[in-house]
Ligand binder design. Structure first.
Ligand code: FAD
Length: 342
């Protein structure tokens, strides 16, 4: 376990693939910037990879990093659990950050627990928010200042839990993709690059990667300005065509609730919510969606929400800006007709 270092930096794992940063790394920089400013410390990105990664340091600066810890080694070309854990563990021991954040991606969900275990730190997985705050231990009256409040849904999404870790450092969290806003880049920001070594041998690689196939997502929900989501209330896969048609008229992406996915109306790539994608479009139209907490967790930050439901007491109306109480089989075709007339 490393000593508590109150002046330690805030670190963000700059996840990259083939020399391209993952969006979540940039989202984390925006939150990391806020946390670092509140703590009065530097924000650093941790970037590992082969030569291709070197081109990313400037971009990390433009998106808010003061510093980049850069480790370049041919053995770091592809993410691998053992090699990445070893390098990050060594960096943490050397530079003692107080916060270390990873995206809750496939890679981040694998890496963060290994790093937490290697450094004997705590870890909160799948956070939806992070804040800085003070905490008093009731038993002793001891007050811990400037802790990282790690906020995430718990008990199946029925409560929002705030988790703190006051005696194990760094404070570590993985953060859901899409929950933090994308910052605007500032091309004038300069970044300090700290190059470090990877003490690795081929024995640190558990896998030999022979071929890589990247499955394309069928829909880009995160980038969509308008989303039309269908729920179980749509009734059948055939009737889900109404959702596709409305989405098509509006140039929108079709989304779905988990119930609609489970019923086979649409593919899982379209699922929005706690176990799907988190979205924040300009316009979100929820059709035949009840508004369960697990769904709302993934869409409530949308700028404008229109809900269509035949039940006037449906919980979705609590988060909707515009409420249409009615049968979707009548409302949706009329919406399509009036949009087409324009
Ligand atoms: P229902 O709750 O069945 O609602 C259907 C709605 O359609 C009703 O409000 C009804 O009034 C309305 N309706 C019916 N007919 C019509 C009509 N003709 N016209 C207008 N309205 C009509 N859910 C998610 O969506 N995303 C997640 O990521 C997710 N993750 C989960 C994780 C966990 C651990 C758990 C336990 C659950 C999760 N769920 C998730 C499931 C969630 O709890 C709900 O079951 C789900 O969101 C309900 O989907 P729904 O609103 O489509 O269906």
């Amino acid at each position: 376990m490393i000593q508590v270092n109150r002046s330690g930096e805030v670190w963000v794992f700059a996840e990259q693939r083939e020399g391209d940063l993952e969006d979540v790394a940039i989202e984390l920089l925006s939150k990391g910037r806020e946390l670092a400013d509140q703590l009065g410390v530097k924000l650093a990105a941790v970037l590992l990879g082969d030569k291709k990664a070197e081109g990313l340091t400037e971009k990390l600066g433009h998106f808010g990093a003061d510093k980049v810890y850069l480790v370049v080694n041919p053995l770091l070309e592809h993410y691998q659990t053992n090699s990445y854990t070893k390098v990050i563990h060594d960096l943490i021991h050397k530079y003692e950050p107080q916060v270390f954040l990873c995206g809750a991606t496939v890679c981040g969900r694998d890496l963060a627990p290994r790093v937490a275990s290697a450094t004997k730190a705590g870890l909160t997985a799948d956070c939806t928010d992070l804040q800085i705050g003070d905490h008093e231990i009731r038993r002793t009256g001891e007050v811990h200042k400037d802790l990282l409040f790690q906020i995430r849904p718990a008990f199946g999404g029925n409560i929002i839990a705030t988790i703190i870790n006051y005696d194990r450092w760094p404070q570590m969290a993985t953060v859901r993709e899409g929950v933090m806003p994308m910052p605007e880049p500032d091309g004038n920001r300069k970044v300090e690059v700290v190059r470090d070594e990877a003490h690795l041998g081929t024995q640190d690689l558990a896998l030999e990667i022979i071929n890589q196939h990247i499955e394309e997502k069928k829909v880009n929900l995160k980038g969509a300005r308008v989303i039309v989501t269908g729920g179980a209330g749509v009734g059948s896969k055939a009737n889900f065509k109404k959702i596709w048609d409305l989405a098509h008229c509006l140039g929108a992406a079709p989304g779905a609730t988990r119930a609609a996915v489970d019923l086979g109306f649409i593919d899982h790539d379209h699922q929005i919510g706690q176990t799907g994608t988190t979205v924040r479009p300009s316009l979100y139209i929820a059709v035949g969606v009840s508004g369960a907490v697990q769904h709302v967790a993934g869409m409530s930050d949308s700028k404008k929400i229109i809900a269509i439901n035949k039940d006037p007491n449906a919980p979705i109306f609590k988060v909707a800006h515009y409420k249409i109480v009615g049968d979707l089989n009548q409302v949706v075709p009329r919406m399509i007709d009036s949009i087409r007339e324009k």
